[in-house]
Design a protein around this ligand. Structure first.
Ligand SMILES: *Cc1c(COP(=O)(O)O)cnc(C)c1O
Length: 395
């Protein structure tokens, strides 16, 4: 329950063997007939789930970081801004956005000062009322805002942005609206939790990682474009040795659209899962893990010497031990170190508003409330030992 690594479905051991044995890639049709076709099937299914317009399309790429970069490049092309003005390009993101968004912008040569970070509310969602102010200020400074990125959800604490508010803003100024749904995008499968993605149907693109909440081994990420703004053939790569028509879209030649040339047929995992179990298994996984996250928060709040950083919206829960005296940061750091050394639980940490918090992401659907109760007991025992038996060096 440390990081957001999927507990893979057992069937993916077989699909991994198949992938290795077949040694296909999706680059062009003749190298990956099945893979390219499966991607089309899966992407169209997902596009419909997210409420994207009919005819929407996309592909599978190697990870959320790659997906975000590809989406931002697409957004830039779609903006129509010429190369002479690339130095003026600016992107608006939440200050809580995953670092891969900022890194993608930097890879594209966007200046640091043009990566405009919007502060967050108490629940760590973007303060969307500041979007307009930020936009006006950027324009005055001669910047060209071409894209705004929403989080579904933030990695650190699991916050979901208000996508309808972001869509209103993006539509008003005709800028690209991308959603980073690497982790929480899977909530779309849950009747109970898909409300968290309200307004996502108005975005221009989104990513969702199959290797996080969708039980795939790494790496496999869907990047989907809402067809009203679709620009799939971003890179227009010239490669006479791969295809004859250099400009047409040709979904079955994946290298025309992705940053990758050789690309594994990672879709075998997702396609197999969907054919065997249907959407139902994703629904159950999301419901189970998000429910457990909420339940764990209740358990923490019932302790008199612990607190959550905020009400969890998902399976990411940030919390800390509250010492009777002394610094909460110091003792929680020691607890985190001690837990890692001990090895019976795997818990990570994060900074929430500059304070140190323990962080869990409950990823295993077989984790029980009893396991979580045992974790809390372990933390209290560890804290007791540190508070009462540490020497001056805190060892
Ligand atoms: C994990 C994560 C990423 C990065 O995805 P990779 O597949 O690890 O490259 C991007 N954004 C968010 C919100 C994430 O949680």
């Amino acid at each position: 329950m440390g990081h957001q690594v999927a507990v893979t479905l057992p069937i993916t051991a077989l699909t991994s063997a198949l992938t290795a044995y077949m040694n296909n890639c999706t680059t062009v049709y003749e190298l990956g007939m099945a893979g390219n076709a499966m991607e089309k099937v899966i992407i169209e299914h997902l596009a419909e789930k997210y409420g994207y317009q009919k005819g929407s399309a996309g592909f599978i790429t190697s990870g959320g970081s790659m997906g975000n970069l590809t989406a931002l490049i697409t957004a830039r092309t779609s903006s129509g801004v010429g190369e002479d003005d690339f130095g003026r390009l600016a992107v608006i993101v939440s200050e809580e956005a995953h670092y891969s968004v900022e890194r993608a912008a930097k890879i594209m040569g966007i200046k640091s000062e043009n990566i405009i970070k919007i502060p967050v509310n108490k629940d760590f969602s973007m303060k969307t009322e500041l979007l307009e102010v930020a936009f006006q200020k950027a324009e005055k400074e001669g910047k060209i805002v071409f894209c705004v990125v929403g989080c579904a959800c933030t990695t650190s604490v699991g916050a979901f942005d208000d996508f309808n508010a972001i869509a209103d803003f993006a539509e008003k100024h005709k800028i690209w609206f991308h959603i980073d749904g690497a982790h929480g995008g899977a909530a779309i499968f849950s009747d109970k939790y898909k409300y968290l993605l309200k307004g996502a149907e108005r975005s221009d693109s989104l990513i969702v990682d199959f290797h996080k909440m969708m039980m795939d081994p790494p790496l496999s990420t869907a990047l989907i474009y809402n067809c009203r703004n679709r620009h799939m053939n971003e890179f227009s790569p010239k490669a006479n040795y791969l295809w004859q028509d250099q400009l047409s879209n040709e979904w079955y030649n994946s290298a025309k659209h992705t940053l990758e040339c050789t690309k594994p047929v990672s879709v075998f995992h997702t396609y197999t899962i969907m054919r065997l179990y249907g959407d139902e298994i994703y629904k159950q996984n999301v419901d189970r893990l998000f429910d457990l996250g909420k339940h764990f928060a209740e358990m923490i709040k019932a302790q008199n010497n612990m607190e959550t950083a905020l009400e969890p919206k998902s399976n990411i829960v940030c919390f800390r031990y509250l010492p009777k005296a002394g610094s909460a940061d110091i003792i929680n750091k020691k607890i985190a170190d001690e837990l890692l050394r001990d090895g019976s639980f795997y818990v990570v940490s994060t900074a929430v508003k500059d304070s140190f918090y323990l962080r869990v992401t409950i990823m295993n659907p077989l984790t029980t409330a009893d396991n979580l109760a045992d974790l809390l007991t372990k933390i209290k025992e560890t804290a007791y030992r540190i508070e009462n038996f540490s020497n001056k060096k805190g060892v």
